[in-house]
Design a protein around this ligand. Sequence first.
Ligand code: UDP
Length: 260
Amino acid sequence: MFTITIDGPVDIVAHLACPASPADYIRLPLQTLDVGSRGSEACLRLAAEHGARYLLTSTSEVYGDPLVHPQPETYWGNVNPIGPRSVYDESKRFAEALSMAWARERGVDVGIVRVFNTYGPRLREGDGRVVSNFIVQALTGRPLTVYGDGRQTRSLCYQSDLITGIMAMLDARGVTGPVNLGNPAELTVLELANLVLEATGSSSEVVHREALEDDPTRRKPDITRARELLGWAPEVSLADGLGRTISWFAGILDHTTLLG
Ligand code: UDP
């Protein structure tokens, strides 16, 4: 059994561990399943031992390729349990089920947030997700790689907004959720490519690559519950957040070039 031991008081156990980029979790399938299952159990045990509040960062991927739009927390999802994305989706679904069982059986003060697509400075250059890929491609003059026809949608939340939501949930003792945390401003992947080209002034072209297996066709959070339970809503617009992210990447790419 995997255990975490901490001497002294523990007020909060926040379980944020997991690869979040599809490129990463598809490369690390067994580790991804482990962190959602045995990792979650170890964190829950720690919280139970110390009477701590336990926060699980779950995901919009529990909704899979959603048949309900936008997605409220009451929607049970449409997930392929054996596809390449299942290692992430199902381990997060299992982590939610495990958390609820520990809440019911052992009285742990559990809080679950479902995190939607998040972006901002300090994404890895090779993270593989859409915002970092497009920005790095645009800034280095390489083609922007759109998977499939680019009509699939996402709703992008700036990192500081997500953090405010997570902090509010940590403080909201007794609130179990799950609570969606995301920015409801929805756009297609093609629209995002064009926004990035405009904001960077890049003359990169847009190329289409094969669509990813089980890639959700649309995604947009219903954040009514977050507003009501946490008094939370995102504040940073996509234009502002993208601008800050592009400036940050421009800085590190410059630095890399100088070091190079
Ligand atoms: N995507 C894309 N080109 C890229 C990276 C991603 O077209 O270089 C698409 C991907 O197919 C998906 C969306 O952008 O439809 C968001 O992908 P990401 O990996 O950022 O996050 P996901 O929401 O899939 O976890």
